[in-house]
Structure formats: structure tokens, C-alpha cells
Design a protein. Structure first.
Length: 470
């Protein structure tokens, strides 16, 4: 993100961002290879490294993947995301994890949750345990229209396709539009799950920079002009306008209008991902892009942040021809969404005060965000900067010159605190000095302790850098 002081801490960051995790069980071996031009390059061969017992970690055997020659070409660049690779360590009780992006499901009213399940079992059990249609249950789609209405976004149930969370929605949208080598424009930094979907279909991601007010329209126009000059037409712009993951910033209303005007000028489709729109700490809302330009915007929604991620209910709102294609892709992918999950979601939205529950989430996360910002202000060195969110789950921080957050992660984990290095959120290797902190799932006292541990690691690293540089 470019430098911009408004709505940020006085030391706040501009976004930019790398990291690499190495697990103990999987790695790759470099082999010389000859490409189609005859030039020699390096081939990374997936393998498993087996330490010799009692050899102090010395590798005695290398087991090459026996299925390597059978894999589809599109899988060659795929690997576990750096967030997923962190989970096994970050989930240990002694580690303060500021790494994940999980809502606090312990804050749900479990008497109400139990009542929903009980009602389904008593009144609709056989249907809930049966196959369903590819578009999703009509009753649920009607309720999702009401969820969108809470953000003043008109929709019709016929235009919605229910998916297995927002992640499958992104997968289906990418599958629908992208051939290998196609260009997708995405904010930099961008949601790691979206980058994974783009990579799976071999799309090339070109980042458009952000500042504290979100995606920068002039920078987006420059990116599109350069692509046009190169004879390349992006398939779509991917954006999270509200409380963006990972940057924690929101696109201003004026910028939303400008971004859509630029999209109109370039005849560019926009994919709007909106998991956090209702998690605004003041209950305020900007107009969704979908509400401003319904024919140009494909809208992706999810119940993961306003109800529960374990239900795995998301949806796509799209114009008729796109909807029909998405239904076919959904059916080809997994036949249908879980009827049981859909029934739970529908009954929750229809019978429970779900907006009151969203209000509880807002208050909880607002307090935890304030604790995080307060502790960052008190503990981190003066050269560090960070965003100050008005909602969502995340803070984006930038470390001083010389600190590589990917390389620092091992020391942080040794100090029993976890974060996500910034490189995970870029397709082009950006973000070396950046990191993402999540405040939604840890209690305030744990957040403060985690920041103190992180500050000790950062301060120690800076002292080492100064000692080495003289």
C-alpha cells in the first residue's frame, strides 16, 4: 500500500509485503532441466525428506514423489498456503496466535444454535439429509436476499447460487472466466484464498496498489492502461472493498464510484468479495459495488463471519447467464450444497435475531482491535507502522527497513507468537517487510501478551541489524 496518513495511526503503513515456511516433512530438490528453448533452468522436484534417527536432523533419505509425472500441468505451481502451514504450530496452547482469520464462534448463542438443529431434526430431517439442487435451497436464497438487504444491496433469490463458503464461490468464478495465462487484476495485498484460486487455474495476477482509503483508482487506471498497451485484457478485477483482508482498510464511497467508472471505461468485470461488510465497528456501511453497478459486478457473500464458518455457506449473486453457468460448474464440482448446512443457515436467519448476534461480534472485535492497536502503540519500535481498521478482523503492519517478516517468523514462533508474513498476500513476491495480525479469535489479554512477545523479537532483530551494519 502506498503511504497515506489518514485513518491510520501516526506511524501507520503503506501496504507492500514476503515469507517462506519450510515444513519438516515436505520439501523440494533442485534439478537442472532443459526447457523447450534448449536453455537450462531449475526444476523443483517435490519430495519427502527423512531424517536419520539420532542424526541430529541430518537427512539420510530423499523420497521423490512417485506420482510426479502424472500430475496435471496446472498443479505444478500449487503448494500449501503459508497460513495453512502455520496452523500446526500456531494452534498450540502456549503460542499466542495472531495469525488465523477465524471468527470467535464461542461468542454464539449455543442455546439458539441447538434450537435450530432440534427444529430441523424434528420437522425436516429426511429432506435435510437428502441431495439438493445445484443452485441451493430456495428458502435459503430468500434469506440471503435479506442479508444483502441489510447492506442496502438489492437482489433476487433467482440470481443467487449457494456455494460451499465464499472460497468455493471464488473457485467457481475463476473457473468460469479464466484460461491459463489470463490476467486477473487484484488489490495488493490480496486475500490469500483468492490468490490460491487464481493460481489453480493458472491465471496471472497483476496487483493494483492500495493506501489507507483502499484501492487507488489512479493506480488501477495506470495498471489497466499498461495492460491495454501490452495487448492484454484482464478477465476481471478482484476486490474486497470493506475492511479488506489482509490490509484492514475500506474503500471510500467516492473511490467506489471512481473504480466502477474506470471498470466501465475498460469494459472490465468486477468481482466484489464482501465477507466483512456487516462487521463495521460503528455499524456504518458504504454502498456495495453490486448496489452501484449490478450488471458489472459479480458479488460473493458468506455466512462465515456473521454466523459460523463451519456451516460452509456462501453465495454468488450474478446476472442470469453467469448464474446459469455457475450452477453447471457447481453441479460438476460437488453436485450440490449440503442440504443440512443450508437448512441450518436458513433456520438461523429465519428464526433467530441474527443481526443482534452480528452486533455482539462487532462489539467483541472492536474491543480486541482497540487492545491490539493500543499495545502496538506502546510496544513496537517507532519505525513500525500499521493500519487502524474500522471493522473486520485484521491489522496490516510494516516493519522497519532490514526486517524480512518471513525470515523473522521462526524467531517469533520460538517466542511463542504467530503472525502471517506479508508475502503470503502477494502473487509477485511483494510484502517482505509486512505482516498481518488477526484480533478476532484471541482474548484481549492474550492479544496484549502476543504483541509484547512480537515487540521483543522485532526489537532484538533491529539491534542485531544495527550491530552488523555498524
Amino acid at each position: 500500500m502506498a503511504e497515506a496518513p489518514a485513518r491510520q495511526h501516526p506511524r501507520a503503513p503503506a501496504c507492500a509485503s514476503p515469507c517462506s515456511l519450510v515444513t519438516s516433512s515436505a520439501a523440494s530438490v533442485a534439478r537442472p532441466s532443459t526447457g523447450p528453448t534448449g536453455r537450462v533452468g531449475t526444476l523443483r522436484v517435490p519430495c519427502t525428506l527423512t531424517p536419520h534417527p539420532g542424526a541430529g536432523g541430518v537427512v539420510s533419505e530423499i523420497h521423490l514423489d512417485p506420482y510426479l509425472s502424472r500430475y496435471a500441468a496446472r498443479t505444478r505451481g500449487m503448494g500449501a498456503s503459508e497460513i495453512r502451514a502455520l496452523f500446526s504450530v500456531a494452534s498450540r496452547p502456549e503460542v499466542v496466535s495472531l495469525a488465523g482469520g477465524s471468527p470467535d464462534t464461542a461468542a454464539l448463542d449455543y442455546d439458539a444454535v441447538a434450537a435450530v438443529f432440534d427444529e430441523i431434526a424434528r420437522t425436516n430431517g429426511p429432506a435435510a439429509l437428502q441431495y439438493g439442487g445445484g443452485q441451493g435451497l430456495p428458502a435459503l436464497r430468500e434469506q440471503l436476499v435479506e442479508v444483502m438487504a441489510a447492506e442496502h444491496t438489492p437482489a433476487h433469490a433467482d440470481d443467487l447460487v449457494v456455494t460451499t463458503g465464499g472460497q468455493q464461490a471464488l473457485d467457481l468464478v475463476t473457473k468460469l472466466f479464466c484460461d491459463p495465462g489470463d490476467v486477473v487484476v487484484a488489490e495488493g495485498p490480496s486475500y490469500v484464498g483468492a490468490l490460491g484460486a487464481f493460481s489453480a487455474y493458472q491465471a496471472e495476477v497483476v496487483h493494483a496498489p492500495m493506501d489507507e482509503a483502499g484501492l487507488m483508482p489512479d493506480a488501477l487506471a495506470d495498471v489497466l492502461a499498461r495492460l491495454r498497451h501490452a495487448g492484454r485484457r484482464p478477465k476481471f478485477l478482484y476486490t474486497i472493498p470493506n475492511h479488506q483482508n489482509p490490509a484492514g482498510v475500506s474503500l471510500s464511497t467516492e473511490r467506489r464510484q471512481r473504480v466502477l467508472a474506470i471498470a466501465e471505461e475498460h469494459d472490465l468485470l468486477v468481482v466484489e468479495d464482501n465477507p466483512y461488510g456487516l462487521i463495521d465497528f460503528k455499524g456504518e456501511q458504504h454502498p456495495t459495488l453490486r448496489s452501484l453497478a449490478p450488471e458489472r459486478v459479480v458479488y460473493v457473500g458468506t455466512l462465515s463471519k456473521i454466523f459460523a464458518p463451519g456451516i460452509r455457506v456462501g453465495w454468488v449473486a450474478a446476472a442470469g447467464p453467469l448464474r446459469d453457468k455457475l450452477i453447471l460448474l457447481k453441479e460438476a464440482s460437488d453436485l450440490c450444497q449440503s442440504n443440512l448446512a443450508q437448512c441450518v443457515a436458513e433456520r438461523w436467519l429465519a428464526t433467530q435475531p441474527w443481526l443482534v448476534q452480528v452486533g455482539h461480534f462487532r462489539e467483541l472485535y472492536r474491543g480486541r482491535c482497540a487492545a491490539l492497536i493500543d499495545e502496538l502503540t506502546n510496544e513496537l519500535p517507532a519505525a513500525c507502522t500499521w493500519s487502524v481498521p474500522t471493522g473486520g478482523l485484521f491489522v496490516w503492519a510494516r516493519m522497519p527497513e532490514g526486517i524480512h517478516t518471513g525470515e523473522l517468523l521462526a524467531r517469533a514462533l520460538s517466542a511463542r507468537v504467530a503472525y502471517v508474513p506479508g508475502r503470503a498476500f502477494y502473487a509477485d513476491g511483494g510484502g517482505a517487510r509486512d505482516l498481518r495480525l488477526c484480533f478476532s479469535s484471541a482474548r484481549e489479554e492474550r492479544i496484549r501478551e502476543g504483541v509484547r512477545r512480537l515487540a521483543e523479537v522485532v526489537t532484538s532483530e533491529l539491534e542485531l541489524i544495527r550491530a552488523v551494519s555498524g
